[in-house]
Design a protein around this ligand. Structure first.
Ligand SMILES: Nc1nc2c(c(=O)[nH]1)N[C@H]1C(S)=C(S)[C@@H](COP(=O)(O)OP(=O)(O)OC[C@H]3O[C@@H](n4cnc5c(=O)[nH]c(N)nc54)[C@H](O)[C@@H]3O)O[C@H]1N2
Ligand SMILES: Nc1nc2c(c(=O)[nH]1)N[C@H]1C(S)=C(S)[C@@H](COP(=O)(O)OP(=O)(O)OC[C@H]3O[C@@H](n4cnc5c(=O)[nH]c(N)nc54)[C@H](O)[C@@H]3O)O[C@H]1N2
Ligand code: SF4
Ligand SMILES: [Mo]
Length: 640
């Protein structure tokens, strides 16, 4: 019906959050998105990115048809082709590479946790290639997931939605007022802070979240393990730990106690540059204000010592008895089935060929949570053919040139491929280098089951397909169509069947979930009291025999970051400052949204934040254009 507006319940997915929304559709287009006050997640709130969904969905630069390269790579000459032609030609090439060089010569890439995340893993297993990657993983989320599984099995998230509010929140390398959702929503964190709970931020930067805290510890980047070890030292030394929980539910406390004896706050001050008294104060504040949430983020993972850093921090939650209690850090309920990734279809021999798998055992080896290729090893194989040639890369929503480290090398790697296929919403710099560019569906244009928070799945929501743009297709469909043409395992099962399989434990189908909008059962606290933790010792493993068996330290340790002023004083003469490049902005999601006018005007220029002392030393004023250089490259940015 022309002119009439429909309003349908859905879930925003501009980021990997889960804000319940109402989508207004008119003449087949999304014209407005509003927060759903009934959603327990966001209670009607939305961020600027989500609110501007219609502008993103209907943007004139959206890719609308499959494109085939007409001239040389990156020359920008394309011809529109039908899906049938594009998919047929791609499948024909993949089939040839598989036969000639083995399936491992085909790599799959994807970006951050989007709807098709697990479908890429499924497609890789069906293809028989161990070589898929995601630029998050090794330095985003996988250390936290891996450590959680090694230490207490399962993933914890802050309990913002129960009846007991937290008394304290410790934000560690995390800025959820800007970046949430990544396990929590900015709005829940804000509510908790507004209600007057105590808060601590451990962040080299006075972040938006740090500004709202009682205590801010400006840690030297990459030295968080030393800080955490000293906090454990204080909590044990001053007897602030939860004796009952430690005795009944932890393994290796005596070893830990002995291990942290030398790690005093004064020792940590020498490493982290934070005064010993403030480290002790933070330890006391956190341990004495129970229930407490420990919000950990990317800042503790983007370093060389990520696993041990994250382990030391995870141990803090356990010895203070904050695990799975009301208002503390609750273990995910995982109320739906895990995605059918066809894991058993990947031959054992293929898994052994995973690039980097032998060296990075917890990323790509058999003990890994979700084995994937080691990105530098994979991109090196593309460039050099060592240890074997990667001939094709199929990218589903990753701006590889801007989000994988070392753009120069990435560029050389992509140029060396025989086939590059990029599926995206827009013509990104990465897509511009491809042989085929395939148009992806935006969130209002696809079906998906959303388990939230990610990997914990305490709540499940439905996102229904409501609109269509050009010939855009959802990534899962593209992979399924290639699977059919290659006659791969699982190709007879469609997405609806997969979603219904996942939902089966709830006794509902995707169609029924769409009508209910969400399922959010009451949390069952302390389930470990019934069956123990799901670790080998049935307890929280402060001391990890599993890590020891893999050849890693069973108790967390600090290692000085490479290329720091301490470990590389010579390099520090030429490059005296430490650069950290996490720092997200509310207006953008990673490399996205710079072309969305309503968002871009809020932040027109790339900004580098620096200390006023550094600015004074260099005679830099607020807003000046400066050049930021590292041994790997340089970039022009505006000083803040
Ligand atoms: N220097 C530096 N680099 C980083 C980070 C950092 O902090 N600093 N962070 C790292 C982290 S944690 C992550 S998770 C990664 C994120 O890396 P990416 O996920 O690659 O980041 P984006 O730029 O959000 O997304 C890439 C592309 O996906 C497209 N896209 C969006 N939705 C869809 C969809 O449904 N289907 C398809 N096919 N395409 C879609 C977008 O248009 C965009 O061009 O970056 C990593 N890289
Ligand atoms: N608006 C928006 N939201 C997002 C994203 C986005 O691009 N835009 N990306 C999403 C993704 S994929 C992710 S992974 C999350 C990440 O979200 P967060 O986990 O919040 O990560 P960041 O914002 O990168 O960094 C958090 C803080 O860590 C600090 N930090 C940097 N180095 C260190 C360090 O060595 N130690 C400590 N203690 N702190 C350090 C930074 O100064 C920063 O304030 O955000 C998600 N949400
Ligand atoms: S926080 Fe994420 S899910 Fe919520 S409105 Fe913003 S972009 Fe959408
Ligand atoms: Mo990420």
């Amino acid at each position: 019906m022309e002119g009439s507006e429909q309003i349908i319940r859905s879930v925003c997915r501009v980021c990997h959050g889960g804000c319940g929304v109402f989508v207004h559709v008119k003449d087949g287009k999304v014209v407005k998105v509003k927060g759903d006050p009934a959603s327990p997640m966001n209670k009607g709130w939305m961020c600027v990115k989500g609110i501007n969904s219609p502008e993103i969905a209907n943007h004139p630069d959206r890719l609308r048809k499959p494109l085939r390269r007409k001239k040389g790579r990156g020359e920008g000459e394309w011809e529109e082709v039908s899906w049938d032609i594009a998919l047929g030609e791609i499948a024909e090439k993949l089939s040839r590479f598989r036969q000639e060089s083995g399936p491992e010569s085909i790599a799959l890439g994807q970006g951050t946790g989007r709807h098709h995340y697990m479908h890429v893993v499924r497609f890789a297993n069906a293809l028989g290639t161990p070589n898929w990657y995601e630029p998050g993983l090794a330095q985003c989320f996988i250390p936290r997931i891996t450590v959680s599984n090694l230490t207490y099995v399962g993933f914890v998230v802050g309990d913002y939605y129960g009846d007991t509010p937290p008394k304290c929140i410790l934000f560690w390398g995390h800025n959820p007022l800007i970046t949430g959702p990544d396990g929590e929503l900015a709005v829940s964190v804000k509510r908790a802070l507004d209600s007057g709970c105590k808060a601590i931020a451990i962040d080299p930067r006075m972040s938006e979240t740090a500004k709202r805290c009682n205590l801010w510890l400006a840690v030297r980047p990459g030295t968080d393990a030393a800080m955490a070890l000293a906090m454990i030292h204080v909590i044990i030394n001053e007897s602030l730990y939860d004796k009952d929980f430690v005795e009944k539910w932890t393994f290796g406390f005596d070893e830990l106690k002995k291990h942290v004896e030398p790690f005093t706050p004064t020792w940590a001050e020498g490493i982290t540059t934070v005064p010993a008294s403030r480290i002790a104060e933070a330890a006391r504040l956190y341990a004495l204000n129970k229930p407490a949430i420990l919000e950990w983020g990317l800042g503790i993972e983007q370093n060389h010592n990520s696993l041990q850093t994250v382990r030391a921090i995870a141990i803090l939650r356990a010895i203070t008895g904050n695990l799975d209690i009301p208002g503390g850090d609750i273990l995910g309920m995982n109320i739906i089935r895990s995605y059918p990734t066809l894991k058993d279809k990947l031959p054992e021999g293929a898994a052994k060929k995973r690039l980097g798998g032998e060296t990075y055992k917890l990323l790509g080896g058999w003990r890994a949570f979700m084995p994937s290729a080691h990105i530098p090893a994979l991109f090196k194989a593309m460039r050099t053919g060592e240890p074997y040639k990667i001939r094709a890369l199929l990218v589903f929503g990753n701006n590889t040139l801007t989000t994988v480290a070392n753009s120069r090398e990435v560029y050389e790697s992509l140029k060396a491929l025989e086939l590059l296929v990029v599926t995206d919403l827009f013509m990104t710099p990465t897509a511009a280098m491809a042989d085929y560019v395939l148009p992806a569906a935006f969130w209002t244009e696809l079906n998906q089951v959303i388990g939230y928070p990610l990997v914990a799945e305490n709540m499940v929501m439905a996102q229904p397909k409501l609109t269509q743009t050009g010939d855009c297709r959802q990534d899962e469909w593209i992979m399924d169509e290639l699977s059919k043409r290659l006659d791969l395992p699982g190709s007879s099962e469609d997405l609806e069947q997969v979603m219904n399989y996942q939902l089966e434990p709830l006794g509902i189908t995707f169609d029924e979930l769409k009508k209910r909008a969400f399922v959010f059962p009451k949390h069952e606290y302390k389930r470990y009291e019934k069956h123990g933790f799901r670790t080998p010792s049935r307890k929280v493993e402060l001391y990890s025999k599993s890590l020891q068996r893999l050849g890693y330290a069973p108790l967390p340790a600090f290692n000085e970051p490479p290329e720091s002023p301490v470990s590389a004083p010579e390099a520090a003469k030429e490059f005296p400052y430490i650069l950290i490049t996490g720092g997200r902005r509310l207006e953008f999601f990673h490399s996205e949204h710079r072309q969305i006018e309503s968002l871009r005007k809020l932040r027109p220029d790339p900004l580098v934040e620096m200390h006023t002392r550094v600015a004074k030393e260099r005679g830099i004023e607020n807003g000046d254009w400066v050049r930021v250089s590292s041994p790997r490259g340089s970039i022009r940015m505006r000083a803040m």
